[in-house]
Design a protein around this ligand. Structure first.
Ligand code: ADP
Length: 485
């Protein structure tokens, strides 16, 4: 524990400033956990216009400079706005042209230039502030040019001494765009556009692929996913590239922030609860949720939740196929999510056709998410692929039993229930088939309705499970120590 390490996190989103999914949670919780383990952490983020004013107004101007960016010598303003909170320093890269509009991700035409700018500006800002960390830790494709710039244009600057880690939170998104455009916006030397680094095919470059090549270490967010992405099915076209770099690839499972997700102190809940009174208080939360959401008010119902981006990744075609057979008069379904129109409409349809038994909340709402985690008996996560998944961890912490497909982090974090020795944390199925999902739901229901004693024990076992960041943050720290400057 004695050696101190300094790390700069570079990524495109971070709770509570801006969050669209699990990456935002990790960018918030992991730095916080690392500061408790003898690490100095700076988090570098874009200063999006959509960051709430209550945070913007507390940011302090740290300096600014002009930075060359494009192949034709065009340069851009880089402002640094700082915000210190809970031992973590957040430095926001300010530029009106790139971040002065819309939500974080719009379309690649705009996103490619803004994240080329961001990755370079982040490194330049570290040099400017003269804060040279031992490690720069980049996240997903938006920051994947970090390691590429570090070993090329920044190699002979102070930051060039740092080691780099690239973490894959979701391999599906890679930042692929035509070579000419990326050459223009990065002014990177031609040799990085070879087929082992940035080049994807004759026309396109792939930012993530380049980053994976140039970083010192690759991590992804669970052990199982680290193996899966080296296979064609999960590899999203990069499986061969990842097999080639396998010796520097590790899986470290995510945790959740246990202060943020704490049912005993959660002010968003109707009634807070802990492991000692969960059985009665969860019922009260269920009743309050049923009332709020317009469901039939009956605490004997088996209530199943789904909190998710509504995209193909999340196994929603399976969910669609099992909704009708699930609804047996004793089961209710609560959906919270936004995403593909086809899924949004399908869930709206089910709410209309099963009034009082299905509630579809097609929205993004943090408070409601907390109340659904607390009010449901079980949570569905039947993903086609899932790098780690946080919703099953939050569910367990709130005494809600996860029903998951055995893939990626879901497999690593949810031990299947074993009826013979009464162990496990949830219900699981393996192949991607709706029949198997329905079977898992029915096994859960059977236990819930016919053997409540064992169900309740599992609820308490799940609440007791360590889903915090402590052990994973220690693994990241060990990795930082391994990467000697
Ligand atoms: P992904 O990153 O693939 O979207 P994760 O399971 O890793 O999935 O993380 C999802 C996070 O986003 C969780 O914290 C979950 O509670 C939250 N979330 C997802 N959809 C919504 C929503 N509609 N409203 C509020 N929170 C949501």
């Amino acid at each position: 524990m004695s050696t101190r390490r300094s790390v700069a996190f570079i990524g495109s989103e971070c709770y509570p400033f801006v969050k669209t999914g699990g990456l935002g949670d990790v960018m918030y919780a992991l730095p916080k956990a690392l500061t408790k383990q003898n690490c100095d952490v700076k988090v570098i983020l874009p200063r999006y216009k959509c960051i709430p004013w209550k945070y913007q107004e507390k940011m302090v101007y740290r300096g600014s400079f002009n930075m060359d960016l494009c192949a034709d010598g065009r340069s851009f303003y880089v402002g640094i706005m700082e915000y210190v909170w809970d031992g973590v320093v957040y430095d926001f890269i300010d530029n009106e042209d790139f971040f002065g509009y819309g939500s974080p991700y719009t379309n690649l035409i705009d996103d490619i230039p803004r994240y080329c700018f961001f990755a370079k500006a982040a490194l330049a800002a570290l040099n400017y502030m003269n804060w040279i960390p031992d490690v720069i830790h980049c996240h997903d494709w938006q920051a994947a040019l970090g390691p590429v710039f570090l070993r090329t244009l920044f190699a002979h600057t102070p930051i060039g001494n740092a080691k780099s880690i690239l973490t894959i939170h979701n391999l599906r998104f890679q930042g692929i765009y035509n070579i000419e455009t990326i050459k223009y916006w990065t002014n990177l030397p031609d040799y990085v556009f070879n087929k082992d680094a940035l080049t994807q095919d004759w026309v396109n470059a792939n930012l993530l692929k380049g980053g994976l090549n140039y970083c010192d270490m690759i991590t992804t967010v669970s052990n199982t996913y680290a193996g899966e992405i080296q296979t064609p099915f999960y590899g999203e076209g990069l499986d061969a590239h990842l097999r080639f770099h396998a010796r520097k690839l590790r899986g470290i499972v995510n945790g959740i922030d246990c202060d943020l997700w704490n049912s005993a102190t959660d002010e968003k809940l109707a009634v807070p609860y802990d492991i000692t009174d969960v059985l009665t208080k969860k019922r009260e939360n269920k009743q309050a949720m049923q009332e709020q959401l317009g469901l039939v008010q009956d605490d004997h119902m088996f209530v199943v939740g789904l909190i998710s981006r509504l995209t193909d990744q999340k196994g929603l075609d399976l969910v669609n196929a099992v909704i009708s057979p699930m609804l047996d008069g004793h089961t209710q379904i609560v959906v919270l999510g936004t995403g593909d129109e086809k899924y949004e409409n399908a869930f709206r349809h089910y709410e209309g056709s099963h009034k009082g038994m299905v509630c579809s909340n097609i929205m993004y709402d943090e408070g409601r998410a907390h109340r659904i985690y607390a009010g449901c008996d079980a949570l569905l996560v039947p993903s086609l692929f899932e790098p780690c998944g946080l919703t099953q961890l939050i569910a367990m912490r709130y005494g809600t039993i996860p029903i998951v497909r055995e893939t990626g982090g879901l497999k690593d974090t949810v031990e299947p229930y074993n009826q013979f020795n009464n162990t496990g944390n949830g219900f699981t199925f393996d192949r991607y088939e709706s029949g198997l999902l329905l079977d898992a739901i029915n096994r859960a229901k059977t236990l819930y309705f016919t053997n409540r004693w064992c169900w309740d024990e599992m609820v308490q076992r799940d609440m007791d499970k360590d889903v915090s960041w402590d052990s994973s943050a220690a693994q990241y720290r060990a990795l930082y120590l391994e990467l000697k400057p």
